[in-house]
Write a protein that binds this ligand. Structure first.
Ligand code: ATP
Length: 217
């Protein structure tokens, strides 16, 4: 479903150019869950951003369901994100001026795929029903994380990309949130690529990839 071949990505910084991705190839099939591990600074978020059409690779090929994505401009990438990809960001990126209910549904509405029954089921499963009228700042970290997961899955994307979705949670809460994410993604049949620093969490996914030296080791 997702097929990336030989991706490269460099950044220009005050210290000169750094090559973060140096020929990365990754594929994720529908219904498959893949963990992405690697040291801090190894390029995991950069790779996720390229795969999720949030950024463009410098070279390499990227296809989603047979459609080439690597040559798209920003508008084309935005369209692909809207139609096919759900992202759980490291920093969550909830919209502070929208309620939990609005945060959960606005991307699905934008994609023209709002489904009230599915959103209600998601809300119940994520334990968010009692707090639909609250704003993100009125939620705990774990509650915010659950809203971010619900938002990513509400539009039933083909591909879910999650950047340390349980990063700031205590171990018990992290296990529960991860279980919810895995169950919900499995139910939709989406592919999942999840960045994690936890070997235990990585082992719960179907396959583990390790990024090192700009390549998948
Ligand atoms: N926009 C940018 N401009 C310049 N350098 C960047 C940019 N984004 C990332 N980098 C650099 O690219 C490298 C990889 O960063 P990235 O965030 O992808 O790593 P990571 O593996 O996700 O790290 P962490 O586990 O700490 O989140 C780092 O050296 C970082 O400083």
């Amino acid at each position: 479903m997702l097929d990336a071949h030989d991706l490269t990505k460099s950044f220009r910084t005050g210290d000169g150019a750094i090559k973060v991705l140096d020929g990365v190839s990754v594929s994720v099939t529908a219904g498959e869950s893949v963990a992405l591990t690697g040291e801090s600074g190894s390029g995991k978020s950069t790779l996720l951003h390229c795969l999720g059409c949030l950024d463009a690779p410098d070279s390499g090929t990227l296809t989603l369901n047979g459609t080439r994505l690597d040559g798209l401009d920003e508008a084309g990438r935005a369209e692909i994100r809207r139609r096919h990809i759900g992202v759980v960001f490291q920093s969550l990126n909830l919209v502070p001026s929208l309620t939990v209910a609005q945060n959960l549904s606005f991307q699905a509405r934008l994609a023209g795929r709002h489904d009230a029954d599915w959103t209600r089921a998601l809300t119940d499963r994520l334990g968010l029903a009692p707090m639909l009228a609250r704003y993100p700042e009125q939620l705990s970290g774990g509650q915010q994380q659950r809203v971010a997961i619900g938002r990513a899955i509400a539009a039933r994307p083909d591909l879910v990309l999650a950047d340390e979705p349980t990063g700031n949670l205590d171990e018990d809460t992290a296990e529960r949130v991860l279980s919810l994410l895995l169950d919900l993604v499995a139910e939709t049949g989406a592919g999942l690529l999840m960045v994690t620093h936890s070997p235990r969490h990585a082992a719960r996914l179907g396959r583990v990839l390790h990024l090192s030296g700009g390549r998948i080791a």
